[in-house]
Every structure is written in C-alpha cells, then in structure tokens.
Design a protein around this ligand. Structure first.
Ligand code: FMN
Length: 236
C-alpha cells in the first residue's frame, strides 16, 4: 500500500485498501498495550431462528491480502452452530483509549486443518487441555462436574492431572493433538468501517465494501476471489 498513513484522521481521498489501515490499527493497539486483549473483538452470528447473538473472541491473525481474519473456537459451540446455518457474521473492535472502532462484516469458512494444527501446537498446554476438556456451550450441572470432566479427559490423554491446571504441569507429558472439534475460522471481509472519535461528536467514518466471488479456480484461497474495494465517507 502506497498511501501515506496519518493514523489520527482518515485522508481526504480515502485509501484504496482499508485492510492495511485496519491492520495498522490492530498492531498499534497491541504495541501501545491499550488493554489486556487488544485483539479482542465482538463476534456476531445469526442463528437458524434469525436472531443475532454476540460474544468476544480473539483475532489471532489479520491478513490484509487477500483479506480475512482468523479466530479459533469449538466447532460444536453455539457460534459454530450458527455459522453452520448462516456463515454471514459481523465483528467489532473497539479501543476506547485510542478512540477507534472497526466494524467488519463478511463470510466465514473453516481454516485449513493444517493451519489449525499449527496454531493449536503453538498454544500452551493448559489451553490445549481446555480445548479437550470443555464441550463449549453445552450445559453442565456444576463447576465441580466441569473440573471432574477436565481431569478425566486429561487422564484419557495420558496426562497425570492434579486438582488445578497449574498442578498438571509435567515436563514428560505426552503431546496433545488438536481435537477434531476445535479449530479456526477465516472471516473473509466484505465490508469494513473505520471510525475515529472526533471533537464534539464530529467523528470521522468511512465504509468500504466489496464482493466475494465464489470461484473454483485453483490457486484462489478458499475458492474465493474478491472485487476491488469501493469506499465512501459517512456522516457521524
Ligand atoms: C476477551 C475474551 C476473549 C475470548 N476469546 C475467545 C476465543 O478466541 N475463542 C472462543 O471460543 N471463545 C472466546 N471467549 C469466550 C467467548 O466469549 C464465549 O463465551 C464462548 O466462545 C462461547 O460462545 P458461544 O456459546 O456463543 O459459542 C473469549 C471471551 C473473552 C471475554
């Protein structure tokens, strides 16, 4: 991207590729340590009953070219069930300390297995065990029952569990493989709005949209190709 980037205001002539701006904002929020999880975003899905539901997830990768972000979760969770029936989602980043918001809309597909494997292998093993131990979004009768379930599953993975996860540490522990029901989603971005807080509520806003064309041509990631962005400034 060649446009000069003034991070405090969007330029008069809107940048042709907003994802590089978004990427810079996420990186800046991370470097500036403005909050504990600067990569946290609200993810909104819509269930089969057409009702929306929101929760936080962590954006683990932001890929401006060709234009998707990645989050990880349980493929049997409520959000995954929603996505299975409707893969259109929305996501929202907000950094209060920076006065910035990013709104995202797009379509979601599962990450390639090898990518999820690689990320899972990089996680600390308490988190790895957590992915096996919890049937995310399913009810359970008590917290005690949850802890028992986690310990039972740890044992079945060949681990020697204690009563707390930090007592499960064992240098000779076996490698934990990624559970088949846990992995990444790529959110292919079709609309993005960059918002900057301004004085007297005169905020700076612009939205960019593009189409994702499904094509089966080899070489295009996830079978998608994208049209160029169209951007317009919005009144605050
Ligand atoms: C800051 C923060 C980050 C979170 N990150 C994730 C995440 O990356 N993946 C995930 O599955 N849940 C994450 N959670 C938990 C979710 O918000 C949610 O409780 C869980 O995924 C179950 O959602 P569901 O029942 O709608 O599927 C996070 C929660 C918070 C507060």
């Amino acid at each position: 991207m060649n446009e000069t980037r003034n991070l405090d205001l969007l330029p008069e002539v809107l940048p042709s590729d907003p994802l590089h701006w978004a990427d810079a904002w996420i990186k800046e929020a991370t470097t500036a340590q403005v909050q504990r999880n600067p990569n946290a975003m609200t993810l909104v899905t819509v269930g089969p009953d057409a009702r929306p539901s929101a929760r936080m997830v962590l954006c683990k990768q932001f890929v401006p070219d060709p234009g998707y972000l990645v989050f990880y979760t349980n493929y049997k969770s409520r959000k995954a069930a929603d996505i299975a029936s409707n893969n259109h989602v929305a996501a929202l980043f907000h950094w209060d300390a920076l006065g910035r918001q990013i709104r995202i809309e797009g379509v979601t597909v599962r990450s390639p297995d090898d990518e999820s494997d690689e990320y899972f292998a990089s996680r600390d093993w308490g988190s790895q065990l957590g992915a096996w131990g919890s049937d995310q979004s399913a009810p359970i009768e008590s917290r005690q029952a949850l802890l028992r379930q986690i310990q039972q599953r740890a044992r079945s993975l060949g681990l020697k569990p204690g009563s707390r996860s930090d007592q499960l540490l064992d240098e000779n522990r076996p490698l934990i493989k990624r559970p088949p029901h846990w992995g990444g989603y790529r959110l292919w971005i079709t609309a993005i709005e960059l918002w900057i807080e301004g004085p007297d509520r005169v905020h700076d806003r612009a939205v960019w949209t593009r189409e994702i064309v499904r094509e089966n041509a080899r070489g295009s990631e996830d079978g998608f190709s994208v049209t160029p962005w169209t951007g317009k400034r919005l009144q605050p």
